[in-house]
Design a protein around this ligand. Structure first.
Ligand code: C2O
Ligand code: CU
Length: 470
């Protein structure tokens, strides 16, 4: 039995079960975040928070050009919201507490309703106390099917997550502690696919799979090596691009990021092929064994896998306004190191004092020198509606940061001054330590939009702001 099948059996409350190829959503969908129990690792139960009793929540499926109508009833003992990550929707539907809506109080209900201009792999999660709520299991896939989907044998979803469990199998506490917040975020000790520690994933020879990868972890970056499975990347963050093999043999997914792969299973029945996560040099591990059981067909499918583009506004780069976004802060702050070096090894007392004050206030990270806490605040940037912008990110920290913008998709232009090969559209882009990345987009969606690092402990420790499009 493969992972998705198990998820289907486990998640009887699920509306659109993973991997069943279940077609578009009935008119009204209910999501109920509530405490639940789940078997994350074999042989023991974990208390989690789930949507409709399952972890991850039900996979929602809609059709491009359709409309989503989703009622959320809060059965948690704290405020929540649901954010529809990557979807371009009207600002009041974006699910950011205090900024785009009042929080959904315990027992409260909120109806989300919006059109779906883009096809692709998206996801949903709370935006209230997200470092805790997402970590406890609140997340799910949101799939918008193309008008003409590619021909595949199975359309599968892997929601990747990373849990920090205690020896007893409980979700460890101390969300957003100083240690996690000032370093790489909350890295866990248990990686799951669709809420379960995976053992094996059964495929058939000659089969063509569409595999939708979603990184729902708080902080873990995945660098998945599929080896001889030879995947082809066909979308990133939901948006189609020139089909290509993963650069360097790795599919890199920072928190919040997605990739759709096409896998043509070339190996013979009986073969076992490992998928390895090699992102952290000292933490390589085998994610799952892909086992070829039987043969689907002798002659592989050869239909093209290039997907039709989503209707995005293309930025006018010649006329675009350039905005520099400096990422700062965290442990081993390069600015501090430089300042110390310039003073011949002596730390600047003034700098140390500000840093200490910030730390005490939990303001560990900055965007353009500001450390923003909570959701309601003056905009970091005000953009003119309809205008093109280039954001020049400069990661002046010792840590990677997946930077995410709500409400609009952007095109990645350059990395460290070099044009990127596929000019992909994304909603989240990962910046390595010291890296400079330029993105371009049209500020075509009015409202106040969150803009933050998707390592949720970094977000809650200041690495966020609001972009106002007016
Ligand atoms: Cu997944 Cu503010 O986003
Ligand atoms: Cu970050």
């Amino acid at each position: 039995m493969n992972v998705s099948r198990r998820h289907f059996l486990a998640g009887t409350a699920a509306i659109g079960a993973v991997g069943t190829g279940a077609r578009a959503q009935p008119a009204g969908t209910e999501l109920i975040p509530a405490p639940a129990r789940a078997t994350i690792a074999p042989g023991r139960e974990t208390e989690v928070w789930g949507y409709n009793g399952s972890v991850p929540g039900p996979s929602l499926r809609f059709r491009q050009g359709g409309r989503a109508r989703i009622a959320v009833t809060n059965r948690l003992n704290q405020d929540t919201t649901v954010h529809w990550h990557g979807l371009r929707l009207p600002n009041p539907m974006d699910g950011v507490p205090h900024l785009t809506q009042a929080p959904i109080v315990p027992g409260g209900r909120f109806l989300y309703e919006f059109d779906l201009p883009d096809a692709g792999t998206f996801w949903y999660h709370p935006h209230a106390s997200s470092a805790e709520q997402v970590e406890r299991g609140l997340a799910g896939a949101f799939i918008v099917e193309e008008r003409e989907p590619p021909v595949v044998d199975r359309d599968l979803i892997w929601v990747l997550d990373d849990w920090r469990l205690t020896q007893e199998g409980a979700v460890a506490g101390e969300f957003g502690n100083m240690m996690d917040s000032s370093h790489a975020g909350r890295l866990g000790n248990t990686v799951t696919i669709n809420g379960r520690v995976p053992e094996r994933f059964a495929v058939q020879g000659g089969e063509r799979l569409r595999l939708r990868l979603i990184n729902a972890a708080n902080a873990r970056v995945f660098g998945l090596e599929f080896g001889e499975l030879n995947p082809t990347i066909v979308t990133l963050d939901g948006h189609p691009l020139e089909p290509h093999a993963p650069p360097g043999g790795r599919v890199i997914l920072g928190p919040g990021m997605r990739a759709d792969l096409i896998l043509d299973i070339g190996a013979a029945p009986g073969a076992t092929l490992a998928v390895v996560d090699g992102f952290y040099a000292r933490g390589r591990y085998k994610l799952v064994d892909v086992v070829v059981e039987g043969r689907k067909r002798e002659v592989p499918l050869t239909q093209p896998v290039r997907l039709a583009a989503n209707p995005l506004s293309v930025p006018d780069l010649a006329a675009a306004e350039r905005v520099v976004i400096d990422l700062g802060g965290g442990m081993m702050d390069p600015r501090l190191m430089r300042a110390v070096r310039e003073r011949g090894g002596q730390p600047d007392p003034e700098m140390i004092r500000t840093m200490r004050e910030r730390m005490v206030a939990g303001q560990i990270w900055t965007l353009n020198g500001q450390s923003v806490m909570g959701h309601h605040h003056a905009p970091l940037l005000t953009l003119q509606r309809g205008r093109s912008y280039v954001f020049a990110f400069n990661n002046d920290t010792a840590w990677p940061h997946p930077m995410h913008i709500h409400g609009m998709a952007f095109r990645v232009l350059t990395r460290n001054g070099q044009a990127v090969p596929y000019g992909e559209w994304r909603d989240t882009t990962l910046l390595d330590p010291g890296e400079r990345v330029e993105i371009g987009f049209v500020a075509d969606n009015p409202g106040d939009w969150m803009f933050h690092c998707h390592i949720l402990e970094h977000q809650e420790a200041g690495m966020m702001g609001t972009i106002r499009v007016t």
